[in-house]
Design a protein around this ligand. Structure first.
Ligand SMILES: *Cc1c(COP(=O)(O)O)cnc(C)c1O
Length: 438
C-alpha cells in the first residue's frame, strides 16, 4: 500500500506533502489523491497494450470516483470513461471531456438519460436489455441520429470475490444471458436497426479479483461467441470489452497481480483463441475503476475520543466514518491505517478498533489494528480508500461530506469543496401545510 517514497522521516507524505500538513491546511476528514499514482496506474495498463501492438481503450469506471477534476485528469491521459447516469454524464460534459470517449452503461437507463446520451453523441451505448433497444430506436428516430452500441452479455463466469460485488454470473441483473440464446436474439434485433451500429461485445465478471483464471475463461467465451456470431450471422465484433475488476491491495492479506499480469494474460488468451478460430484480432477494451482510483486515495482523519472496555477492546474514534467510507459497514471491507507522523511505530503500540462518529454500532473503519498509542488531535491515515469511498459518501446524521484534494509534485488543490452545514439544508423547504391546517 505504501511505497518507499510515501514515507519520509517516518512521516506519511502524499505527492510530496506531509499528510499532517494537508490535514492542517485543508482540515479533516479529508480525501486525498496522489495524482502521480493515478497516472502511473493508467500508464501501466496502456503500456501492456502498446507493447503487444493491440488496439485498445482503457475506459475508467466512473463509479469508483468521479468529479470534474478527475475527468480532466483522465482526459489528459487519453483514458475513456464509463458513465451510468445523467449525473456522471453531466459532470463529464462540465469537465469538457471528449464525448466520443464515453461509454454509457446501466441496466435501467431512463428515457431522459438515453436522450441525453444521444444528443451529446457519446461514443458507445452499452445495451443491457431488450426494453432499452426499443427505447433507443425510438429516440434515434426522433433525433434523426445514429449511434454505436455494444452488447453486454453475462458470460456465467464467477470470479472469486465477495458475493455482493459480483456481476458476471448467469443470475445477474446485468446483460443478456449467453446460455439461453438471448445473446443471439439481441444481436439479430440490433443488426436490423438501421440507426445502431454494433461495434462490440461487452462483459464484466466481478470486482476485486486476484487471479487471471476468470478473465481467461471470460475471454475464451467471448471469442467463442464471436465465432458463433460469424458462423450464424456473418457478423464479427470489432471490439471485445472484458470489463474491470482488477484487485488491489487493501491490507497485507491481499496479493493483487500487476496490471501487466492481468492484461497480459487476457491478450495471450485472446491471441491464441482467435488464431484457433481463424478470426481477426479484435480491439480490447478494459474498464478498470478500483485499480486506478483506489491505491491513489488516502483518507485523513483526526482522533477524537477513545474508550477502553477492560478485557474487551479499546475504541478510538475519528472525525469521519461510514458517511465518507461505507465499505467496511456495507460489506465488511478491510483497510490498513497508519499514524501520519509515526508511520513505523517507534514506541509503545496497542490493539485498537478505529471507529467512526456515526450513530451506528457498525460504523467501524478498522476492527483490531495495532497502532502507536493515539492521542486526541493526531492524524490517522486510512490507506487505499480512493475507490468506492467518496463516490458512495452520504450525509448520514447530517454530516457534511469531506473535501477532496489532488496532490502532485508538492502542490495541492481542492477539487471538491468540503460541504458546509448550509449545504445540508440547501434543498430543504419549510413546512407550510402545518400553518395552513392549524
Ligand atoms: C463496476 C464496474 C467496473 C469497474 O470495476 P472495478 O472493480 O472498480 O474495476 C467496470 N465495468 C463495469 C460494467 C462495472 O459495473
Amino acid at each position: 500500500m505504501l511505497a518507499k517514497t510515501d514515507v519520509q522521516d517516518n512521516q506519511l507524505v502524499i505527492g510530496g506533502i506531509p499528510a499532517t500538513k494537508l490535514a492542517d491546511q485543508f482540515a479533516t476528514p479529508l480525501q486525498v489523491y496522489d495524482v502521480a499514482k493515478i497516472r502511473a496506474q493508467i500508464h501501466a495498463f496502456q503500456r501492456v497494450f502498446t507493447e503487444n501492438g493491440i488496439e485498445y481503450a482503457v475506459s475508467y469506471a466512473s463509479k469508483a470516483f468521479a468529479c470534474i477534476a478527475m475527468y480532466q485528469l483522465l482526459a489528459q491521459e487519453h483514458v475513456h470513461i464509463d458513465v451510468v447516469s445523467a449525473g456522471e454524464l453531466f459532470t463529464a460534459q462540465q469537465a469538457g471531456f471528449p464525448m466520443g470517449h464515453v461509454s454509457f452503461h446501466g441496466n435501467n437507463k431512463s428515457i431522459a438519460e438515453l436522450e441525453m446520451a444521444v444528443r451529446l453523441h457519446v461514443g458507445v451505448i452499452i445495451l443491457d436489455n431488450f426494453t432499452e433497444i426499443k427505447q433507443l430506436a425510438t429516440i434515434l428516430e426522433q433525433e434523426a441520429a445514429t449511434c454505436d452500441v455494444m452488447i453486454r452479455v453475462s458470460p456465467a463466469v464467477s470470479a472469486h470475490t465477495h458475493e455482493f460485488i459480483q456481476t458476471g454470473q448467469q443470475d445477474s441483473k446485468f446483460g443478456f444471458d449467453m446460455l439461453t440464446g438471448q445473446a443471439d436474439q439481441v444481436l439479430q434485433q440490433v443488426l436490423a436497426q438501421p440507426r445502431m451500429k454494433v461495434v462490440g461485445v461487452h462483459s464484466h465478471i466481478g470486482s476485486q479479483i486476484f487471479d487471471t483464471t476468470g478473465f481467461q475463461i471470460e475471454t475464451k467465451k467471448l471469442v467463442d461467441l464471436m465465432k458463433h456470431w460469424q458462423t450464424k450471422f456473418d457478423y464479427v465484433p470489432a471490439i471485445i470489452n472484458v470489463g474491470g475488476g482488477f484487485g488491489i491491495k487493501y491490507t497485507d492479506d491481499d496479493q493483487p497481480l500487476a496490471p501487466e499480469k492481468f492484461v497480459g494474460q487476457i491478450i495471450t488468451t485472446l491471441q491464441s483463441e482467435v488464431a484457433k478460430e481463424k478470426l481477426p484480432l479484435p480491439a480490447v477494451w478494459i474498464e478498470p475503476g478500483r485499480s486506478i482510483a483506489g491505491p491513489a486515495g488516502t483518507s485523513l482523519y483526526r482522533v477524537g475520543t477513545s474508550k477502553t472496555i477492560p478485557e474487551v477492546r479499546k475504541y478510538v474514534a475519528v472525525d469521519g466514518g461510514m458517511g465518507d467510507n461505507i465499505r467496511p459497514a456495507l460489506y465488511g471491507a478491510k483497510y490498513d491505517a497508519v499514524v501520519a507522523d509515526e508511520v513505523r511505530p517507534t514506541g509503545k503500540t496497542e490493539l485498537v478498533t478505529l471507529a467512526g462518529k456515526y450513530c451506528e454500532s457498525g460504523d467501524v473503519l478498522i476492527k483490531n489494528i495495532e497502532l502507536p498509542v493515539l492521542h486526541t488531535g493526531q492524524v490517522v491515515a486510512v490507506l487505499a480508500t480512493g475507490a468506492y469511498g467518496y463516490s458512495m459518501a452520504s450525509n448520514y446524521n447530517r454530516n457534511p461530506r469531506p473535501a477532496v484534494i489532488f496532490v502532485e509534485n508538492g502542490q495541492a488543490e481542492v477539487v471538491v469543496k468540503r460541504e458546509t452545514t448550509a449545504d445540508l439544508v440547501r434543498l430543504d423547504q419549510p413546512f407550510t401545510l402545518g400553518e395552513a391546517n392549524k
